[in-house]
Design a protein around this ligand. Structure first.
Ligand SMILES: Cc1ncc(COP(=O)(O)O)c(C=O)c1O
Length: 368
């Protein structure tokens, strides 16, 4: 059995906070930057939506959408607590949505959650519970879900948004798609990191109605099982998963890339040095793939989403001691992907591309 401990000093859930609807006016409306930094070589340039510059970050869009949807269906009553498992980004988004809509927020994180993120979440009034060891089956995510279920049972009226399977997560990105449609004259290739699958699914539908030939490239982490690779312990957070989220729109993807931490670190640092805007693991990964896409599709308009900014990663992605301790040599990072014919043809330990995307839980895939 998995032993789980909680933070002993965790405060009780606050009584219902006052809803501050005026905050909703701050949601989204993020800038689009032209990226020309060498990644790692020259490329024609691509567009990056800087979601880290929006109030509550990229996931505030999903958080507001999920809480409003639950309120409409009467699954969430005014002032009732919201409980979720998160490694950070959705937590900040829920802190924003909780304040805007008047709900106390309880988050279940794990020991790997950075001290600065814990501090930030608590500063925004969140009650934070920390699980201290991964489950034997399903890793940290499964351990967090076990604790989450205990909290749901203990807190009257508590609502669990379940970002991995809630269609309102996807729906929350309609605003991001609308902004991209207004900011771009044309789009040929969209590159998206995949964690819950929310933003890739939510943007691609509306964008394909405007530009039907749009190609979607998914970017996953090495060691993630989302696209059919074996689940392994992962250094990178944000993108990737040790489960199969139902929000991943498998049929929407034209190809998938798995990117390793050395490629992400090298790309983040290059972005910060040469294009000023940068971010964390997912930003580094999508930037490298977007630069590659711009290179191999000459003349194509390529865009991607930078889910957050660099601040959370100063002690990891941007720290030389961290890189050394984890055997990451940005100078030795792959400059192009290795091709595989099927997601299970070989295990990706560095940058790998596959032009065939399948749902690992589809019956024909499970029987292979
Ligand atoms: C920093 C970061 N990047 C990317 C993602 C992946 O986004 P999505 O869950 O919409 O697939 C997440 C999700 O948690 C994230 O936190």
């Amino acid at each position: 059995m998995t032993a789980i401990t909680t933070t002993p000093t965790a405060p009780a859930v606050r009584s219902a906070p006052t809803a501050r609807h005026e905050l909703l006016a701050l949601l989204g409306r993020t800038p689009l930057a032209r990226i020309t930094a060498e990644l790692p070589g020259p490329h024609p340039g691509f567009w990056a939506k800087l979601e880290g510059l929006g109030a509550g970050g990229m996931k505030a869009r999903a958080a507001v959408s999920m809480l409003l949807g639950a309120r409409e269906r009467n699954e969430l009553h005014p002032g009732a607590p919201v409980v979720e498992s998160t490694s950070g980004t959705l937590g900040v988004g829920l802190a924003f949505a909780g304040q805007a809509l008047g709900h106390p927020v309880v988050l279940v994180g794990d020991s790997e959650l950075e001290p600065s993120m814990r501090q930030l979440l608590r500063s925004h009034g969140v009650r934070l519970e920390i699980v201290d060891r991964p489950a034997a089956q399903g890793g940290w995510q499964a351990a967090r879900l076990t604790r989450l279920r205990e909290l749901l049972a203990a807190l009257p009226g508590a609502y669990w948004p379940d970002q991995y399977n809630n269609p309102d997560n996807i729906a929350g990105y309609a605003s991001l798609a609308a902004e991209l449609t207004a900011q771009l004259d044309h789009l040929d290739v969209l590159v998206c990191s995949v964690g819950t699958g929310g933003h890739s699914a939510g943007i691609t539908g509306p964008l394909r109605r405007r530009w039907p030939a749009l190609r979607l490239i998914g970017v996953d982490a090495t060691g993630s099982t989302i696209f059919g690779q074996p689940a392994r312990p992962r250094l990178m957070r944000g993108l990737g998963s040790s489960i199969h989220p139902r929000n991943v729109a498998y049929s929407a993807f034209d190809e998938v890339h798995w990117v390793g931490p050395a490629e992400a670190v090298d790309s983040c640092r290059r972005l910060a040095r040469e294009s000023f805007v940068s971010g964390g693991w997912s930003t580094g990964a999508v930037a490298r793939v977007a630069a590659w896409a711009a290179r191999v599709h000459p003349g194509a308009v390529v865009a991607t989403v930078f889910p957050d900014g660099p601040h959370r990663y100063l002690g990891t992605v941007y720290d030389d001691d961290f890189a050394l301790a984890h055997g990451l040599d940005p100078g030795a990072a792959a400059t192009r992907p290795v091709e595989i014919p099927h997601p299970r043809a070989a295990e990706a330990t560095g940058w790998v591309r596959c032009a065939r995307v399948t749902d690992p839980l589809a019956p024909q895939e499970r029987n292979q």
